[in-house]
Structures are given as C-alpha cells and as structure tokens.
Write a protein that binds this ligand. Structure first.
Ligand code: SF4
Length: 268
C-alpha cells in the first residue's frame, strides 16, 4: 500500500486577515526547535511504519513552509529517508508564499528532492491582496513562478480565493486570466469563508467590511470553472483543477498518523 505524510509548519511572516489556520506570526525563533522536534517525530512514527509499504506523497503545509531554510528541510528529509521507504516517483510538495522565495532557495529545495510547489497567490489584484493582508503582490508571483521553472520545478499549483468583499466579477476574471497565463499544472480556487475570531469576521460583523455577495461568488465560481475547462484543466474536486490528471492526493484513510502533532492528515 502507498502512504502519504503531511507535515504542518505553523509559522507565517504575518497573519492574514481572513486566516484561522493553526499558524503563528513572529515566532520564527522557534523554527529550529520545531524542526528538531519534527525529526524526532519522524523517527517515532517511522518505527511503526508497516513493513513492505511505501510513501508516495509528502506535503508540507501551513503556515508558510517556505520560511524553513533548505538546510532545515534537508535535516527533515534525512530523517524521512532513514525511516520511510519512498516510491521512486514520490510527489513531494511544499506550500510557499510568493513573497518568501528566491531563486537560490528554490534551486536548493529542488536539489534536496522537493519536486512540487504550491503558491498561495489568492488574487492578481493589488487592492484585494492588501485587503487580505497578504505579504506579497502579483509581481512577487511572477518572480516566484519564473524562479520555480528556472530551478527545475515542472509541477506547481496556484491557490486562489474568490467571493471577497467588494470583489467584482471583472477583477476576478482578470485574476483567472493572469493565472491561466502562467500555465500552472494545477489550480485551486476556494470561496472565502468568514471565520469566527479573524479580523475579517470581526470587521464584517461590525459593518466595517461589506459581506461578500453569495450570488456573485457563485457567478465567479461558474465563470472560472468554464475558463479552466476551456484551458484544458480537468476539475476533479469542487475546488481543484489539474492540467492532465489529478495529482497524487493525500488520502486520509492511507495516512498512518492522525493526531494533533506534526505529521497529520491534511484537513482540506
Ligand atoms: S500565509 Fe496562509 S497560513 Fe499564513 S496567515 Fe496567510 S493565509 Fe494563513
């Protein structure tokens, strides 16, 4: 049987206004200790890995995994290779914030064995990115994609969010067209959800930010779905499209660990 591993990296340079993920800003000093703990956990979990099986996907999500240095990834991979047999074509993905990568770093990550990137783009519109309090602009996305290809990555995902307050169908269409122009292998498009306890949740509750229009969000979804389809992307799940075929997906039933620590099933 093939298994999947998920590593959660709960660090971000800034907490985006809509985000309720388990992640922390301003805690970078804790990253070395966290990486060491991951190494110990890999060893602990690896001892119980059923003989004769292999790992075929590894996903580093967050948070912002690209905040870890190549040396820190190298240290985690040494533990993984020591304790888990990987398939020859194992897909190894890290999520990355376009504002936190550079060419030399991506070259080093590729050399370590990471072969897929997932960039959190969210929008190609500067005002929307500022409203979301993202730590990047669309020029960072263009640089990140260019550097990824230069470094050797031929498999990457771009994440988008639609249904934003004050977003128009026109700005969404521009985002979709710009994303398609980058020819990613995979696109994820998620409807914004207003989460309790986030600045977005508070601002909309107090009337400081208009609620997203659900009918308009549905129109955005349908428009994007048709545009992705016309561009040759196969929709294999409500929020996900892949160029030729669905990527290897982390299947909860085949993951070997399901608890609150670092190597867990991916929830979404
Ligand atoms: S970069 Fe992603 S995980 Fe980090 S705060 Fe923003 S949305 Fe949340």
């Amino acid at each position: 049987m093939n298994y999947s591993l998920y590593f959660h990296i709960p660090f971000c340079v800034h907490r985006c206004a809509y985000c309720d993920f388990n992640t922390y800003a301003g805690q970078e000093a804790s990253i070395p200790a966290y990486v060491e703990a991951l190494g110990r956990e890999v060893e602990f979990v690896g001892q119980n890995f059923p003989a004769g099986n292999q790992v075929h996907t590894i996903f580093f999500g967050g948070g912002t995994p690209s905040l870890l240095s190549p040396a820190q990834f190298d240290s985690i991979f040494r533990s993984i290779h020591k304790h888990f047999p990987l398939t020859n074509d194992a897909e190894i993905t890290i999520e990355a914030n376009p504002g936190t990568v550079h060419l030399e770093q991506l070259q080093a990550l590729y050399a370590i064995g990471i072969n897929r990137l997932s960039f959190g783009v969210q929008s190609a519109n500067g005002e929307e990115l500022r409203m979301l309090e993202r730590a990047h602009d669309f020029f960072d996305v263009l640089d990140a994609v260019h550097w990824a290809r230069t470094a050797g990555f031929d498999n990457f995902n771009l994440d988008l969010i639609y249904g934003l307050p004050e977003q128009t169908l026109g700005t969404w269409q521009t985002t979709v067209e710009r994303i398609l122009g980058l020819h990613p292998d995979h696109i994820s498009a998620y409807a914004l959800t207003l989460e309790h306890g986030t600045p977005f949740g508070r601002w909309t509750a107090r009337g400081l930010l208009p609620l997203p229009d659900p009918d308009l969000a549905a129109e955005m979804y349908e428009w994007a779905s048709e545009a992705f389809d016309a561009a040759g992307y196969l929709q294999y799940e409500i929020s996900n499209w892949a160029l030729d075929h669905p990527p290897s997906i982390i299947a909860p039933q085949s993951s070997i660990v399901n608890h609150q620590s670092s190597i867990i099933n991916r929830k979404s």
